[in-house]
Design a protein around this ligand. Structure first.
Ligand code: C2E
Ligand code: MG
Ligand code: MG
Ligand code: MG
Length: 278
């Protein structure tokens, strides 16, 4: 009986593994098609200057509206795209889409004159030799200046093989393209070479902004990140601000830029126009 049960458990496990592998495979080929068939969408989440509530940037966040499965979040399909290499064409698509959209908004609305767009990159993008030439092509096609664009990379992407990244960051800097270190504080610390990197913003990870009050340990962590970025001459953006109280404490700590549901959720381009274009 015990043996039968064990076999059974194993079979269930094996079946589950197989189902998951199949789902992955299906998702991968469907994602490939989605990219070709334009089933992906870009949403835009406002980044604001907290003191004035002024819109200073929009983070482009990819969305997948699957015809049968409905909405699939990037948390689910970006990792699959990363495993399969599909993330490179995916991110190029998002970059082009976001630049085209910003160019249209800039031409139509005075309120967008100093708004930039932020695009997320994956580790594979940094390793792709065509990244810079693709960026140049997209900026040329959309007639946007490099200063309109911010690229978001994470701390952990800086750890492996730093030399080529230093070169890339310098090239981006030459084009006035800004760089953010996303989810700062959650990856391996790159503190020893942070001062050598041409980056512009540290984005304080949502997990630290969550539960932020002077008697919570997060308060000191955020304080330290802000002090560090000031020392390095960088700007700080707090992510995941959901409540007025978090905004208040961030202001007390000297954080000037913020992003989160408190200000706005990621919105479709239509919603952005309705809310931000008078
Ligand atoms: P991220 O770059 O750190 O983006 C911020 C995430 O936090 C977004 O999730 C956003 O919707 C969410 N968020 C913003 N404000 C709040 C808030 O107040 N509360 C809460 N609970 N969440 C908030 P999303 O859009 O699901 O994206 C998840 C991650 O997927 C992103 O994290 C990014 O790492 C990745 N991602 C999204 N779009 C792309 C893309 O085009 N390319 C690549 N490579 N990765 C992407
Ligand atoms: Mg990001
Ligand atoms: Mg982030
Ligand atoms: Mg985050």
């Amino acid at each position: 009986q015990a043996k039968a049960k064990a076999t059974n458990t194993f079979e269930v496990f094996a079946l589950e593994m197989r189902t998951r592998a199949l789902q992955r495979l299906t998702l991968e080929s469907e994602l490939r098609q989605a990219l070709e068939r334009d089933e992906l969408l870009v949403y835009y989440q406002p980044i604001v200057e907290m003191e004035s509530d002024r819109l200073i940037g929009l983070e482009a966040l990819v969305r997948w509206q699957h015809p049968l499965r409905g909405f699939i979040s990037p948390g689910e399909f970006v990792p699959i795209a990363e495993e399969t290499g599909l993330v490179v064409p995916l991110d190029r698509w998002v970059l082009r889409q976001a630049c085209q959209q910003l160019a249209i908004w800039r031409a139509q609305y005075a309120a967008f004159a100093s708004v930039r767009v932020s695009v997320n990159l994956s580790a594979q993008d940094l390793r792709s030799t065509r990244l810079l030439s693709d960026i140049d092509t997209i900026l040329r096609d959309t007639k946007l200046a490099g200063s309109c664009l911010t690229l978001e990379i994470t701390e952990s992407m800086l750890v492996e093989d730093i030399e080529p990244t230093l070169v890339l960051l310098a090239e981006l800097h030459d084009r006035n393209i800004r760089v953010s270190i996303d989810d700062f504080g959650t990856g391996y610390s790159s503190l020893n070479y942070l001062h050598q990197l041409h980056v512009d913003y540290l984005k304080i990870d949502r997990s630290f902004v969550n539960q932020l009050s002077p008697n919570h340990p997060n308060y000191q962590v955020v304080n330290t990140i802000i002090a560090l970025s000031q020392q390095l001459g960088l700007m700080t953006i707090a992510e995941g601000i959901e409540m007025a109280e978090q905004k208040y404490w961030l202001g007390q700590l000297g954080c000037t830029l913020g992003q989160g549901y408190f200000f706005a959720k990621p919105l479709s381009s239509g919603e952005i126009e309705r809310q931000f274009c008078p």
